[in-house]
Design a protein around this ligand. Structure first.
Ligand code: THU
Length: 131
């Protein structure tokens, strides 16, 4: 998890968040061991902004991976960051309920939860015959 936290911290520094000023970084470990990071990328047309988790997922998929084994999200604190609803569903596309999601602040790990805790009774690829 240290490598993921390190990458997520670096990603947070690259966030484009001039509107919210809330910088977020995310890092994912894909099946096979590679790691992929992302940051939030806001837009003057506010709804067009991209969350850090979504940007990390895009980087992972673009690198040719489809399975997430571990996830780190880091926010500015002091409250523990929580992935938004849309990002929970986006993670679900590439991970199962037991995915560990490490929620971090500038001082390090605050809490580890599973995707199943964040998104119980989820709708997933298997509901439409994909797995
Ligand atoms: N944000 C993320 O990047 N991930 C989350 O899970 C929660 C929110 C971003 C979106 C927006 O750029 C900023 O945080 C404030 O909402």
């Amino acid at each position: 998890m240290d490598d993921l936290l390190h990458l997520a911290r670096r990603m947070m520094l690259h966030a484009h968040a001039p509107y919210s000023k809330f910088h977020v970084g995310a890092a994912l470990r894909a099946e096979g061991g590679s790691i992929h990071g992302g940051c939030n990328v806001e837009n003057a047309a506010y709804p067009q902004g991209l969350c850090a988790e979504a940007s990390a997922i895009a980087a992972m998929v673009a690198a040719g991976h489809k399975r997430i084994l571990e996830c780190v999200v880091i926010g500015p604190g002091p409250e523990v960051i929580m992935p938004c609803g849309g990002c929970r569903q986006k993670l679900r596309e590439f991970a199962s309920d037991d995915l560990p999601v490490h929620l971090c602040g500038p001082d390090g790990l605050h809490r580890t939860v599973t995707l199943g805790q964040l998104l119980p009774l989820s709708f997933g690829p298997h509901h439409i015959g994909k797995s």
